[in-house]
Design a binder for this molecule. Sequence first.
Ligand SMILES: *Cc1c(COP(=O)(O)O)cnc(C)c1O
Length: 235
Amino acid sequence: MTLLKSHFEQVFDRIHKAESACQREGEVKLLAVSKTKPAEMVREACELGQREFGESYLQEALVKIDALSDIHDIVWHFIGPIQSNKTRDIASHFHWVHSVDRLKIAKRLNDQRPDELPPLNICLQVNISGEASKSGVTLDNLEALAKAVAELPNLSLRGLMAIPAPAPDKEQQRIPLRAMKQALETINQTLGLNMDTLSMGMTDDLEAAIEEGSTMVRIGTALFGARTYSNQQSR
Ligand SMILES: *Cc1c(COP(=O)(O)O)cnc(C)c1O
């Protein structure tokens, strides 16, 4: 068995155990975060049956998307910070964007989504731990942003995403994750939306995230190993 295959088996085992612990069998999707990893590794993951991949750096992602264009059913998710000058390529090459945190970016993605493609799936990134330096809309401004984004015809508002601040233990991890679930339910109810996606849970908090209602965990390190960054990398 290859190393990658054993890593996938370990991660699926963690997901299945966490789902069972809260009677949520089969409800959680695995998004394999392949940022900084080569196209050949993504191809190997495809051979194991994986189809959903997350990327954070646009230039790097575009090279991989092109290299793997022979695999027609890959679902590409953009999960990194978005600058205005990157929206056109994101809107035309990705199926999902998890990191929308302001209306200006949402409008650009909406305007630049090619006509022949279905609406772009969107998660709003929430700064759930209230860290001053971090991306994400604050809870206070989330409802207004959701309302505006839901009205954009070339976007499909699917849910919320968060990268909580690191926490020392599982009980501490649960607090922001629970607040995300609460926010999703409140906004669905208040605005009459049916957002169905909670994008939360990474290598270190996968179990807590699933137990608190995650529907999509974004896993990089546990699948592909530690990342090394180079200065050459275009962010
Ligand atoms: C890199 C990254 C991940 C994966 O994190 P791991 O801890 O390596 O599993 C998940 N989500 C986002 C937004 C990321 O940038």
